[in-house]
Design a protein around this ligand. Structure first.
Ligand code: ADE
Length: 379
């Protein structure tokens, strides 16, 4: 797929945003990648500054839709939409990706830019506090370029309002000066593609959501898909893993490729130190059990969450804020990271009066009677 990179002339001729604003992105762009060799060098500099774990994760990411495993409906639909837009010589429409963390929203955003042979500017909702932050970034975008805003549900109201006209009319009304001297300067932007990602689609306002031409939900991966992810990553890392070893890691990865890749690295280390480096089911089981990942893929925080409902709240219902306070964890972490998988697997049930544990959690954690205060934990 190819998309011509070109500069459009601005509709409102001569109206330029002051350089101090155009050039002031306030460090809000976390990563910028490009198709040009100059920018590739820049990318390498950025990559070198990342922590080794992050860099590993980055190296394991698929670069093209054809390499992407799972989410087949999303991938097929994107393939059609991006090919059609590229053939017409147009930028892709704005795209919203939503779903739990670790399922590949950021990866897809970068793939979209690669497939359209264009640059991506990567930022996040909490980094864009003031209109000047977003105006600086928008005014630097070239035609067809991708602006990726992660955690888009965390944009401030004023920044979000700037995005409405930017997305719809490719124009922002820049206000400068204060009080009676304030002036509005309409500023024409180039036709960019906004890719937004969120773990909380429900928190997006309707006007923002409605401005995305394509909205995709990413769901948890099947064990078979994750097995393929593990084998692909093992190939890149040069780790020898047999079928059963890959399946064991996949089964214990909470349906999430990011977790699968992290566990693969832990199992690899264990195999290197305690065996001949080869990942078998036995090695994977030993390593993951030592890591605190149980047979169902639950980690310590998952089990603490469930055990707290069982032990402190008699199995629920309990409000998530009370639960977060009891286990000394952020409510957002529970809602965004812990709960989605537990809900999906039936370990927890959401009711109008709060969270309750499901029967499957009781038996998994070895709690026998629902009403007994003196329950015996077997795990
Ligand atoms: N690595 C992480 N996520 C992946 C995916 N969806 N496909 C292939 N490799 C991956």
């Amino acid at each position: 797929m190819s998309f011509p990179r070109r500069r459009e002339s601005r509709g409102k001729a001569g109206r330029e945003i002051p350089d101090s604003i155009r050039n002031d992105t306030g460090g809000k762009m976390a990563r910028e990648r490009s198709v040009s060799s100059e920018d590739q060098q820049q990318e390498e500099i950025v990559a070198k500054s990342e922590a080794p774990e992050e860099q590993f994760a980055w190296n394991l990411r698929p670069q093209k839709l054809s390499e992407y495993i799972g989410q087949s409906d999303v991938v097929e639909s994107l393939q059609v939409a991006l090919t059609a837009a590229a053939n017409r010589g147009e930028p892709a429409e704005h795209i919203l990706l939503h779903g739990p963390p670790g399922l590949g929203k950021t990866t897809l955003a970068h793939i979209i830019a690669t497939e359209m042979q264009t640059r991506i500017t990567h930022t996040a909702g909490p980094a864009l506090e003031k209109p000047v932050d977003i105006v600086g970034i928008l005014s630097n975008l070239d035609t067809g370029e991708v602006l990726f805003i992660d955690e888009i549900h965390r944009l401030s109201r004023t920044v979000e309002e700037y995005l409405y006209s930017a997305m719809e009319d490719f124009e922002v009304n820049f206000i400068y000066g204060k009080g009676a001297y304030a002036k509005t300067l309409p500023y024409q932007l180039r036709h960019f593609t906004l890719v937004g990602a969120t773990t909380r689609a429900g928190m997006l306002s309707a006007p923002l959501r409605d401005r995305f031409g394509m909205v995709y939900h990413l769901d948890y991966y099947s064990p078979e898909e994750l097995t393929r992810v593990v084998k692909r990553s093992a190939g890149i890392l040069g780790v020898e893993v047999d079928d059963e070893g890959a399946q064991e890691i996949a089964r214990r990865s909470r349906g999430t490729p990011r977790i699968a890749n992290r566990l693969l690295r832990r199992v690899r280390d264990y195999a290197q130190v305690n065996a001949d480096g080869k990942v078998t089911q036995k090695i994977a089981d030993e390593a993951l059990t030592k890591e605190g990942v149980d047979a169902a893929g639950l980690d310590r925080l998952d089990r603490q969450y469930l055990a707290t409902i069982l032990e402190n709240y008699k199995g629920g219902p309990v409000g998530v804020e009370a639960l977060a306070a009891t286990i000394n964890e952020e409510t957002n972490t529970l809602v965004d990271v812990v709960e989605p998988y537990l809900l999906k697997m039936g370990f927890v049930i959401r009711t109008p009066s709060g969270r309750k544990v499901g029967e499957v959690a009781r038996s998994h954690l070895g709690y026998t009677s629902p009403d007994s205060d003196a329950q015996q934990r077997l795990l």
